[in-house]
Design a binder for this molecule. Structure first.
Ligand SMILES: [Zn+2]
Length: 468
């Protein structure tokens, strides 16, 4: 995923800056563009191969002087096309903690017949790059690769070790997930004090003005549950009081009425305080709720804004329904899927237990639908990490406000919850308000956003890499 940050604060922020005009590429930008092009032009959807992209990156890193021992093409034999690449750039201080640059190589499927241009050719047109993955997230993948190569070739060894992990399977819930696999099977390859990932960014106005920079700090975790009611059924001419459809429907209505306890993280409080200052009914309710999280009336008023509701607590909602086998028969089976977005720090099983309690009907069986993914933790707003993001933003994007926000969606960051490694979504690459065709048709990203974001991120990584 790639989230356009902070729908939360709406139009409160003032526009600043503007889109850069087309310019001649510097030699370093030309080298970066080749990496970006190679990534976009390698199909890494389920119909393609992450392994192929990983191998190309590995070859590129070795050609740039990385020793074989520091470039790891990681392939789980049962998933030959879903390989990852991990590379290490050794730091000068063996006692300093490493930093992880994280990204996913895979993309959502794209069909040539549906797109205006070939999705697997990097096309530059009207100030945009077009192609599947140009925004989600091959621009950032290319920035990480290019950053390692530039630092290596500069001959200046950074103080801390930089680790890069570009993995497969982020976009497909049922697929093999390389980040999850590395955390569980090769933790030494990715161990770091903290990681930088997608999930932050920047928001442009429709006419290309820079409005807001976002830092992704924490995320919710999606988990689906299956509700099943079975019944002996019978002929519909002889209805019985006990009916699987009614029983399931009553259970679902109880879930609709249930509101999970209000929770705050350090990050959501920052956004809510800003939202409260707007002084509208939702803002006023948020102010009350921050003073008393058990204020049910305030919760109801605040939750009227879907962007607020999405990050106020765990949410569970019915998303699918299936019942009966004939129009003239009493239903023998009724099932529903309830999709939950679990707040950081809560658990998949705890959420299931809450649903069981809320439905309070032993005939409604509630099961967790695999795969069960770890629930993310909420990283701290650590000044060591947030500070350089802000300082460099003032230099690269003067006057553009920056806001940390918790994602209602999910990234590979959640897999680092169990090992307590904080993962931050970096600011720097600005997206359009229309969502840039991410996961959809004609995915695009402004050319200026890519090069400006790259300059910002290169400096940011260098600051972290040399920090005490
Ligand atoms: Zn993504």
């Amino acid at each position: 995923m790639r989230t356009i940050v902070a729908g939360l604060i709406g139009s409160v922020v003032l526009a600043a800056g503007g889109a850069a005009s087309a310019q001649q590429l510097r030699p370093d930008q030309q080298a970066f563009r080749e990496i970006y092009e190679e990534l976009v032009e390698t199909n890494t959807a389920l119909s393609g191969s992450c392994t192929e992209a990983a191998a190309k990156i590995g070859a590129r890193l070795k050609a740039a002087g990385f020793p074989d021992a520091d470039v790891h093409l990681v392939i789980e034999p049962s998933y030959p096309k879903e390989g990852s690449i991990v590379a290490h750039l050794k730091g000068s201080d063996p006692k300093a903690q490493p930093i992880l640059l994280l990204g996913h190589l895979d993309v959502v499927e794209a069909r040539r017949e549906d797109w205006t241009r070939d999705p697997y050719t990097l096309i530059e047109e009207n100030g945009y790059f077009y192609g599947r993955g140009v925004a989600d997230m091959k621009a950032m993948d290319a920035v990480w690769i290019d950053t390692l190569i530039r630092i290596k070739q500069s001959g200046k060894t950074p103080r801390r070790t930089l680790k890069m992990a570009l993995t497969c399977g982020e976009e497909t819930a049922e697929a093999f997930n390389g980040a999850d696999w590395l955390v569980n099977n090769r933790p030494e390859l990715i161990q770091a004090e903290f990681g930088l990932n997608e999930g932050g960014g920047g928001r442009l106005s429709a006419d290309g003005k820079k409005q807001l920079l976002g830092i992704g700090v924490g995320e919710k975790t999606a988990q689906s549950y299956l509700l099943t009611v079975t019944n002996p059924g019978g002929h519909s001419s002889r209805p019985m009081p006990d009916n699987a459809i009614y029983r399931l429907a009553e259970g679902l209505l109880k879930i609709r009425a249930h509101i999970f306890p209000v929770r705050f993280t350090e990050t959501t409080k920052v956004g809510f305080e800003l939202r409260a200052r707007q002084g509208d009914p939702v803002g006023q309710a948020l102010a009350k709720l921050m003073a008393d999280p058990t204020d049910a009336a305030a919760e109801q008023a605040a939750a009227a804004d879907p962007n607020v509701n999405a990050i106020l607590h765990t949410n569970c909602v019915a998303t699918r329904l299936d019942a009966g086998h004939a129009s003239n028969a009493l239903p023998q089976r009724a099932t529903a899927i309830v999709n939950c977005r679990i707040f950081p720090g809560e658990t998949v099983e705890g959420t299931r237990e809450t649903l069981v309690k809320v439905v309070a009907d032993p005939q409604v069986k509630i099961e967790t639908i695999p795969p069960v993914r770890p629930v993310a933790t909420s990283p701290p707003l650590d000044p060591k990490i947030i500070g350089p993001m802000r300082t460099l933003a003032a230099k690269h994007f003067p006057g553009v406000p920056m806001l940390p926000s918790m994602l209602a969606g999910a990234t590979d960051g959640r897999y680092f919850g169990p090992v307590k490694m904080p993962i931050y979504g970096v600011p720097g690459v600005f997206g359009d308000p229309d969502g840039n065709g991410v996961h959809g048709l004609n995915e695009r990203l402004r050319v200026s956003s890519v090069y400006e974001g790259r300059d910002y991120l290169f400096e940011l990584v260098n600051v972290y890499a040399n920090a005490k």
